[in-house]
Design a protein around this ligand. Sequence first.
Ligand code: ADP
Length: 495
Amino acid sequence: MLEPNPHAPSVAESLSRVHVIGGRKTPPAEGRTFDVISPVTRRKLAEAAFGTAEDVGRAVASAGTAQKEWAKKSARERGKLVAECGRLLEKHDEELARLVCLETGKAVRTEGRPEAAALADIFNFFGGLGSEIKGQTVPFRPQQLTFTLREPVGVVGAIIPWNVPMMLLALKVCPALVAGNAVVVKAAEEAPFAVLRVAEICAQILPPGVFNLLAGHGPECGAPLARHPDVAKISFTGSVETGRIVNRIAAEKLIPATLELGGKSPMIVMADCDLDKAVEGAVTGMRFSRCGQSCSASSRIFVQAAIHDAFVEKLKARVDNMRMGDPFDQVTDIGTIVSEAQFEKVQNYIRLGEAEEGVTVLRCSALPADPRLAGGLYIQPVLFTGISRDSPLAREEIFGPVACIFKFETLEEALAAANDTRFGLAATLWTKDMKTALAGAHRLEAGFVQVNQNRVVQAGLSYGGYKDSGLGKEATLESMLAHYTREKTVMLNME
Ligand code: ADP
């Protein structure tokens, strides 16, 4: 039997069959639960509360009451408390890292710990921004004092996915709270426990009700949250399809929505680049250590003809060196895919790609040999070359460890191909020529463009997509002001 950390399963158990409402563990109103399955053992990990409209009603009511008092605190004081949560979360970093890996199958060294660190960092970052919530004075007429105020919107509803649940939770909860709102979050069905634990930890510091966390399914819990008349803003991260549903609800209610959706991010590798760095960039960009389960994964890699073969060979060798295995083993680079449904979806894409004529399929790394892991949802990273640019593999978001590599001749051709997609979340360009770098950065149609590096989003860097990849930005002061406050103009006539 695997031993993730005797502590993590017991923490999950302690949060089974509850929401966190009003700062307390609260059983679901209808008493219903659902099983959360370990992607490593494929056995039940624990039962989670099955949230329904009644739970949503309770959580929103609790948030509504708490928000009125919360908004009376100075923004600086609210920020102080959010930063205090960050420090406390930091003390629980190993526990949280293990908990998120237990439910998602991600490897603790390469994924769990970095995510726990990012979680605390985002709390600390937004915690320091309290005094930046301010308006402007307007030189309108000398006898009149005209100024603007930034006020909270009220109760914010947030719906998050499972791939980096703690980090994505923080990107919504922190700006919402610092700006004076209360929040109700709906966790993803695959990964409710780490975020429930985050809410439980924060409840030691925050006033009850300002941060509520519901477990549950999308249509039965997420949709009622978006629809609730007292939810004044919705922030969503997930698939394009669900984003459209949520946005339709928001449009009907006339409330703002922030949507961070899918991607099919291009990586353009010019022949003059530092090849080793570009190969490393493809490994991190494709998020192979997370089985490619990232909305900004560099899943379309365009390589200039002169170095195409060398790039593919080096990338294959590099990914071959990544070790798949027990998520809790310190030597493991790659854990499992999150769920059976996701496993099937990715395998279907791979089969589709294999069936295409003229395609080369390179399977990298090796499935774990340990018989105790035989039932785990492991998928070897796959590189496809020679695939058609119109193939569903090249056009649709796979959310798995599948990269399509294309050959090109000119920058012009590469930019046209890179932009030929309905998505526009992230893009990278690899070159030593600064003219090419600047031209590419201007012309790539994506919200997050990097040259000669491929890092994950960080607090302080504006993140959000163009086109079908979403609406609105996250992770900055400006995004907090734009999405979690509303502006009031005040005119005092002195005549
Ligand atoms: P994924 O395919 O990555 O799971 P989804 O968009 O389905 O992406 O899920 C992201 C989040 O949206 C999850 O918390 C999920 O429960 C929620 N969700 C799914 N369907 C709906 C819906 N109809 N209304 C509101 N939320 C939903």
